[in-house]
Design a protein around this ligand. Structure first.
Ligand SMILES: Cc1cc2nc3c(=O)[nH]c(=O)nc-3n(C[C@H](O)[C@H](O)[C@H](O)COP(=O)(O)OP(=O)(O)OC[C@H]3O[C@@H](n4cnc5c(N)ncnc54)[C@H](O)[C@@H]3O)c2cc1C
Length: 543
């Protein structure tokens, strides 16, 4: 492990002044920040043991979970087994997986997926059994899907229904969590946030579960929803939690490329079911890059596409599904079918223009096998966490599974532990922490964010080298000097502060890792260096 301590002289511990005497306050046993698959699953578990408040910064439907398409991986087929799912996960993770965590997640999968079915998730079935499909990197068909390519929505709808039926769970939408509040004993006491009415509010909690999702919005090209602005990572860092593997951002090989349109994901299940990648001369090129061609792991396919785009001087490549049965396609992939039609792409005749985009944040808040972070009473699960499941590369469809499993684990522990503590002995401190007024110039945060996203795409993207990575840190640091010292009163300002901080940490970790491994590809260090780098980079706030 390489441990980095980052000096915080120019950052404030809290983004806004804290004053308990003039701020509305709520109390709950378990506070859950984020209502994607991980947070919802945690709420169900914790809510059967104690009182739970679950907050999300927008509507409950605005999450990456809600938009997940392809499916959720688990051992559900007769010919499949746990060893095989573990070994595929470990092979993809390139030496950095925590094998115990892999086993734990894989083994819990089937039971938790059947539970989802019982709670009303409308998985696609064949002869009464969950239908499973093959995806790149998996040696067996094991990806369960729902309504074809609306798996995330189907799972979340069932989870939300279940959560809403639980009297002990209180959902607050449009509550923006600004900062975790910590006490003197390296313990988390809850959160300071801004409610839908624009008022600051403190939610004190026995235990807090961070499930605030990923950081894809740091990149100009991304599949992620607008909520994925790295808030949880930044909050946890400011609170003193250890972050790990921040250099590992996974890029999805195939997102629809139509200038001006948002980067909608074209699920890799299509490649699993026979779609072919072609360059602008119509040539199928994947065999040039990997023996498994279209079924190679994501990082290999993303880099192959980028390299082919450069070779052919093109802004994109194409996905060819002209040989698919059209009526099967529109039933199996209704969302993508509708999307293509909306841009007049007739998939039986036309090729689909695609290119890679930032997709999944592998790094995150370091946790142990119970989802505990380095701060007492603070748990993390889902994409915000670094549990060690994915190693240096995530196997497709393993992230919904991870959110489900660690949601259940953290919810159970946080709920049980909170229930044991008597209300009478819960004490919350009075706090008054001002922030000095800055006399430095103001920058336009929208402008900074646009520039940041382009910078991250160019300098901390799919292919990296030392100089652009160092340059990215310098530029981000310059912006931080004018943004981090300000007090904002709206989410847009706090998001900008969070994204600058996390972008800096990602560029720093990517510069330090002088090798290529998994999703982290250094054009100046193309080999994997097990002697020096078969280890994690951990980052924590310094004195
Ligand atoms: C288009 C797309 C398709 C995908 N397809 C698949 C797939 O098929 N299979 C698979 O396994 N994975 C897939 N993934 C990845 C997977 O969807 C995510 O990794 C997973 O859903 C993350 O779940 P989560 O609960 O951790 O976070 P999310 O589902 O992203 O939820 C984050 C929650 O945190 C809240 N939040 C964030 N910041 C704050 C704040 N400051 N204050 C309050 N609330 C906050 C948000 O409002 C939201 O409720 C896909 C991702 C995308 C983007």
């Amino acid at each position: 492990m390489l441990a980095l301590k980052i000096r915080q002289s120019e950052f404030h511990r809290y983004l806004v002044p804290v004053d308990t005497s003039s701020t509305q306050q709520l109390f709950t046993d378990v506070l859950i920040i984020g209502a994607g698959i991980a947070g919802l699953r945690a709420a169900i578990e914790a809510g059967s043991k104690s009182s739970v408040t679950i907050v999300c910064k927008d509507g409950i439907e605005q999450s990456n979970s809600w938009n997940a398409q392809g499916g959720i991986a688990s051992v559900l087929g007769d010919e499949d087994d746990f060893e095989s799912h573990c070994s595929d996960t470990i092979k993809t993770g390139c030496g950095l997986n925590n094998v115990e965590i892999v086993r734990q997640v894989v083994r819990k999968g089937p039971e938790l997926i059947r539970q989802l079915l019982n709670w009303g998730t409308e998985f696609d079935t064949i002869d009464g059994k969950i239908d499973i499909t093959l995806e790149g990197g998996h040696s067996h068909a094991r990806v369960a899907h729902a309504h074809g390519d609306s798996t995330g929505m189907a799972i979340c709808k069932a989870l939300v229904r279940k959560v809403r039926s639980m009297p002990e769970v209180h959902i607050i939408e449009k509550f923006y969590a600004i900062d975790l509040i910590t006490g003197d004993e390296n313990n988390c006491l809850g959160v300071l946030g801004c409610n839908g009415g624009g008022h600051l509010q403190i939610i004190w909690a026995q235990n807090t579960i961070l499930s605030s999702g990923g950081a894809g919005r740091l990149y100009r090209e991304t599949t992620n929803q607008p909520i994925a602005t790295a808030d949880g990572l930044a909050m946890a860092f400011r609170a003193g939690a250890v972050l790990r593997d921040m250099e590992f951002m996974q890029f999805h090989p195939t997102t629809l490329y139509i200038a001006g349109a948002s980067r909608a994901l074209i699920t890799e299940t299509l490649r699993g079911e026979g779609a072919i990648l072609r360059d602008n001369a119509g040539r199928a090129f994947m065999k040039d890059y990997h023996a498994d061609a279209e079924l190679a792991p994501r990082d290999v396919v993303s880099r192959a596409i980028l390299s082919q785009m450069l070779k052919t001087n093109s802004t994109h490549v194409y996905l060819d599904i002209r040989h698919f049965d059209k009526s099967h396609f529109s039933k199996r992939f209704p969302l993508i079918s509708e999307l293509c039609s909306s841009f007049d792409i007739d998939v039986s005749k036309d090729l689909i223009p695609v290119r890679p985009s930032a997709h999944y944040m592998i790094g995150g808040v370091k946790t142990d096998s119970k989802g505990r972070t380095s701060i007492k009473n603070l748990y993390a699960c889902g994409e915000v966490a670094s549990t060690g499941l994915h190693g240096a590369n995530r196997l497709g469809s393993n992230s919904l599974l991870e959110g489900l499993v660690f949601g259940q684990i953290t919810g159970e522990l946080a709920g049980e532990q909170a229930a044991k503590t008597e209300l009478a002995i819960r004490k919350y401190p009075r706090m008054k922490i001002p922030i000095p007024i800055s006399d430095r110039s103001r920058l336009d945060t929208a402008d900074v964010l646009n520039s940041l996203r382009s910078l991250m795409w160019r300098n901390v993207g799919i292919t990296r080298t030392a100089k652009p990575l160092a340059e990215a840190q310098e530029i981000i640091h310059f912006w931080q000097r004018y943004v981090a010292d300000k007090v904002f009163d709206k989410p847009a300002g706090w998001e900008c502060q969070n994204m600058l901080l996390v972008a800096f940490l990602m560029a720093l970790a990517a510069e330090k890792r002088t090798e290529s491994r998994g999703v982290h590809f250094r054009a100046d260090f193309t080999d994997t260096d097990d002697n020096k780098w078969k280890k994690h980079i951990e980052i924590v706030k310094g004195e």
